[in-house]
Each structure stands twice: as C-alpha cells, then as structure tokens.
Design a protein around this ligand. Structure first.
Ligand SMILES: C[S@@+](CC[C@H](N)C(=O)[O-])C[C@H]1O[C@@H](n2cnc3c(N)ncnc32)[C@H](O)[C@@H]1O
Length: 200
C-alpha cells in the first residue's frame, strides 16, 4: 500500500461529510489509470458522498490532466433514505458541499445512469462503475458505457465476501472478461480495470 494514498484518503475523509467507499490500494489504482488515460472526461456512476469523484478530480488537478469529472447518482433510495451503515445519510447538499471543499473540476448530476448517459453525448476516457450493484444494474451500466468509453472501464465492488455483490462478479467474469474489444487489465482488492484493446 502506498503511503501517499493512505494519507490522501485520510485527508479526504477528514474534510468531507460522510465517507469515501474505497481503500488506499483501490484509490491508487484508480489514480494510476486516470493518469495513464490522460486528457479527457472521467465519468463516474454512483456518487454517494462524492469521495471517489473527489479522488479523480484531485488526480487530474495534480497532474494537469484536462477533461474534468462527471458523477451521476439519483440521490434517492437506499442510503439516501435509510443511511449508509456508517451512521450518515447523504443529501444533495452534502455532495455539493463536499466537492466544493476541493478546487477541482467535478460536476455532480442527479439522475439514474440509464437516463442520464443516453441523454448526453459523453465521450469519457475513463468510466468508473459503482452505482446499482445488482446483476442487471451492473450489466446495464457496462452496456451503457462500453461503447462510449475510449480507454478504461473500472468496476468497483468485485467482492467475493458479500453475496449481495455476486451480480458484479458475474458481469466482470462472464460478460466483460469475454468481450472481444476489452482486455482485463489490472485489479486490486475490489477494483477491476478493463482496457480497450484498440487503444493500445
Ligand atoms: C457504493 S455507492 C458509491 C460510492 C462512491 N463511488 C465512493 O466510493 O465514494 C453507490 C451509489 O450508487 C448510486 N446508484 C444506485 N443506482 C444508480 C444508478 N442507476 N445510477 C447512478 N447511481 C446509482 C446509489 O444511490 C449510491 O449513492
């Protein structure tokens, strides 16, 4: 584990309301992929408190990578109604306040990926899938982004310890891993990265 990401995560967690839902190794890999992709939009499905969107925005800022970050979340149901299990219930204002604490290019859009993505002409270089973790939700998101994402698609919550996340494992192992246009590229803990083959 790289010390700098342990420190960066602690800094973000201290500064934001709520929590970031990734660990330091995962953030380090996400940051490495955003750097490798270079200029262009980073699209995120599943904002929660804004933690991983803030990580992405900070990487782009630190390395002078243009394109910004767009993060999508309906901000209703689940944690937004019943709390996140860490004793916090996020709100739209929480997310806006959290993002505004960092001088980053990050836009939060309220809505479901399945509505927002088809309605916009996003051309991301990287997409992070961390929204609806059901099999169908995750599959829907993969299908939404695999043709519009230029370089890398990153899945979160590839997690054998939680039966509720079996759908993510199925999409990663049985769908994305056999897609002829994508190569299973790197992984750590609950993060799996796919690289578009033609981008090599
Ligand atoms: C695990 S949290 C995201 C954590 C965040 N990426 C982080 O690590 O800081 C999952 C989020 O996905 C959102 N979500 C669920 N279904 C979604 C969908 N169809 N489109 C976009 N977001 C969705 C939920 O509301 C929830 O806030």
């Amino acid at each position: 584990m790289t010390e700098s990401y342990v420190d960066k995560l602690a800094m973000i967690n201290n500064k934001i309301h709520g929590s970031i839902w990734t660990d330091a190794d995962e953030c380090e890999l996400i940051a490495e992929i955003i750097r490798e992709a270079g200029d262009g939009l980073h699209l995120e499905i599943g904002t929660a408190h804004g933690g991983t969107a803030i990580v992405a925005g900070l990487v782009k800022k630190e390395y002078g990578i243009s394109g910004g970050v767009v993060t999508i979340d309906p901000m209703v149901g689940g944690w937004w109604d019943h709390g996140d299990g860490n004793g916090d219930t996020p709100t739209r204002q929480t997310v806006l306040d959290n993002i505004s604490k960092f001088d980053i290019d990050c836009t939060s859009i309220v809505g479901y990926s399945q509505d927002i993505i088809p309605a916009n002409d996003f051309k991301p270089v990287t997409t992070f899938i961390d929204g609806d973790h059901s099999h169908w939700g995750c599959l829907w998101d993969w299908n939404l982004v695999k043709d519009i994402t230029e370089k890398f698609v990153i899945f979160h919550d590839y997690n054998f310890d939680n039966p509720k996340l079996a759908g993510v494992i199925k999409v990663v192992d049985e769908i994305a891993s056999i897609d002829s246009e994508w190569q299973r590229y790197k992984e750590v803990n609950r993060v799996v990265v796919f690289k578009r083959l033609e981008y090599d």
